[in-house]
Design a protein around this ligand. Sequence first.
Ligand code: SF4
Length: 165
Amino acid sequence: MSDINPPVNPMTTRALSDPQTELRALYDQLDNEVADLGPVCQLSGRCCRFQEYGHTLFVSSLEVQFLLSRAPEPERLLDQGQTCPWQDARNRCTARGARPLGCRVYFCDPAYQDSGEDLSERFIARLKQLTEKHDLPWNYAALHRHLHQERDRGVFQIDLAIDCS
Ligand code: SF4
């Protein structure tokens, strides 16, 4: 006779409850919802040139860990928030699979703006629930603040742009 409640495999449980695995699943769901809405990307690159277009990319600690553990070598030096280190010379993201929620949901397409805001709110709320569930720090701050902090801790190897002190 088989067990009604077979013993739980601790490896499986750990894998399913790994916050980064859950974050990956959350990103996949967000990507699917964005794809359903079909916003147009014309590769203007404005989403990644923060200062030039007057916006800031906010990310949580969990997202920074995810990004730094999966992103390739940066394309640019680390500045003070003007640009993203992973944007290449052709305005492309070289860290697509690891990019944060804010990058996945941002599109310039005017027809998408209302839906994009709704998506952003819903998924940030879910991201926050995920971090609380795992008792992780939220620390929602500008990408560059995190990157400078991780560089100072020796976790992120990158040279500074010339105007960085
Ligand atoms: S991670 Fe990629 S999409 Fe996000 S700001 Fe950087 S280059 Fe742009």
